[in-house]
Design a protein around this ligand. Structure first.
Ligand code: AMP
Ligand code: GLY
Length: 430
């Protein structure tokens, strides 16, 4: 039987999912708030709708006769879109609202880790009163990370001693309208991501990826949704050993054991510290950009994973090509604080050279494709080494030109990769 898959979401991550499903024997339909030209070109139908409206998504899924759905972004998961699809008899690969709290409520997430003794949990406290949180900051011996409990698109966290001073952190809380915040021990080290497919109490892990959250080169500037990412032709990254990767996988395994009935992708954001691997956060979906590293090297048919999940079977063992990838996002100039939309995007899949091109928040008009105020498109190089993959990505960006766009050219370059290695060596006192 041919499966009809509805993909929910219109970013670079979802374009990567669409590309992976294009290699499968599936009829693909998609819906998103924006018309993503890359996804639209691969799908048999594309509807522009409010993806946080469960009824709108279910109604489109029913119209196209979907037999499966993949929910890409966290917004629809938080809004109960997976619940509504499941209730309508359309299996959603993505957690229901209650299970997605592992991402959507950071206070719940830390309490969950404590209750189930999941390894890698930093010291933390949660507050509903901002003045009480400020007192805790004053009394705490050491630096803290200040994290709003709800979703902020990766932009709500303030780390004392890194991004802000103690006084700035308190002002940030007092000026905010947050209902609940988590204050936790500042973790120092190198961050990495491990994404796992999860269903039926079972999980399958993919290689570690490193994202770059800061907007500007040299890890300067405000946090973003992620400016680009890389992985190596191995499960681990150059700055970490296989043991650290295994430690991260053990955290994901313990988490899946403790979560009852979770399905979808479980994304662990980890920090390799002098005391081992710690959990920065969990997400309930693929990473964006990390999905653009992981899915292109996945040899296993993504549809086979989805069908096994729906059928209650064990998930297939994953076959991953031993390739390095480097992903770089082009964003509108001024992103994320003062983004200027409306630059013409000159790159398309035909002139991206050897790189893969993934569209994100762009606007398709009669005379071409234009940037909006969010990340516009990403190029991904796939090769035997990170250095070669980086060069492939840069060659594609040269075609795109810099007009109206910002790119972190340093991502995946040998100097930055070496800095990460040196950083971890210094933490270990080597
Ligand atoms: P999150 O929204 O939880 O992904 O946090 C965004 C970013 O804030 C992370 O990628 C980290 O760089 C940083 N961050 C979050 N929690 C901590 C922590 N406990 N210590 C240091 N940095 C943190
Ligand atoms: N790359 C960060 C995220 O997807 O949340």
């Amino acid at each position: 039987m041919t499966e009809t898959v509805l993909l929910v979401g219109g970013g670079g991550r979802e374009h990567a999912v669409a590309r992976a499903l294009d290699a499968s024997d599936a009829d693909l339909y998609a819906c998103a708030g924006n018309r993503n030209p890359g996804i639209a070109a691969l799908a048999e139908g594309f509807d522009t709708l409010e993806t946080t409206n469960p009824q709108a998504v279910v109604s489109y899924a029913e119209d196209v006769g979907a037999t499966l759905a993949v929910v890409g972004p966290e917004g629809p998961l938080a809004a109960g879109v997976a619940d509504a699809l499941d209730d309508a008899g359309i299996y959603a690969f993505g957690p229901q609202e209650a299970e997605a709290r592992i991402e959507t409520d950071k206070a719940y997430q830390r309490r969950f880790m404590r209750e189930y003794e999941i390894p890698g949990c930093p010291d933390f406290a949660t507050f509903d009163e901002m003045e009480a949180a400020c007192e805790y900051i004053d009394d705490y011996d050491g630096d803290l990370a200040v994290k709003p409990a709800g979703l902020t698109g990766g932009k709500g966290v303030r780390v004392i001693g890194d991004q802000v001073t103690t006084e700035e952190a308190k002002d940030y809380l007092r000026d905010s309208d947050y209902d609940r915040v988590v204050l936790e021990e500042r973790l120092v080290g190198e961050e990495f991501t491990v994404q796992a497919f999860v269903a039926n109490g079972d999980l399958r892990v993919t290689p570690a990826v490193q994202d770059h959250k800061r907007a500007y080169e040299g890890d300067e500037g405000p946090n973003t949704g992620g400016m680009g990412s890389y992985n190596d032709a191995a499960l681990e990254l150059p700055f970490m050993g296989e043991a650290a990767y295994r430690e991260a996988v053990a955290v994901l395994e313990a988490t899946v054991d403790a979560l009852d009935g979770y399905k979808g992708v479980l994304y662990g954001q980890f920090m390799l510290t002098a005391d081992g691997v710690k959990v920065v956060e969990f997400n309930a979906r693929f990473g964006d950009p990390e999905a653009m590293n992981t899915l292109p090297v996945l040899n296993t048919d993504l549809l086979d994973v989805l069908v096994a999940a729906r059928e209650g079977d064990f998930l297939p063992e994953l076959s991953v090509a031993p390739k390095a990838t480097v992903c770089k996002y082009a964003v509108p100039e001024g992103y994320p604080t003062d983004p200027k939309a409306g630059a013409k995007v000159e790159i398309d899949p035909e002139n991206a050279g050897d790189a893969l091109l993934f569209y994100a928040s762009v606007d398709e008009r009669e005379d071409g494709i234009y940037t909006t105020t969010s990340r516009a498109f990403a190029v991904v190089g796939v090769a035997d080494t990170i250095t070669e993959a980086e060069e492939i990505a840069e060659d594609a960006l040269a075609v795109a030109g810099e007009e109206g766009l910002d790119v972190r050219h340093d991502i995946g370059k040998p100097e930055l990769v070496q800095q990460r290695i040196d950083h971890v060596a210094a933490l270990r006192g080597e």
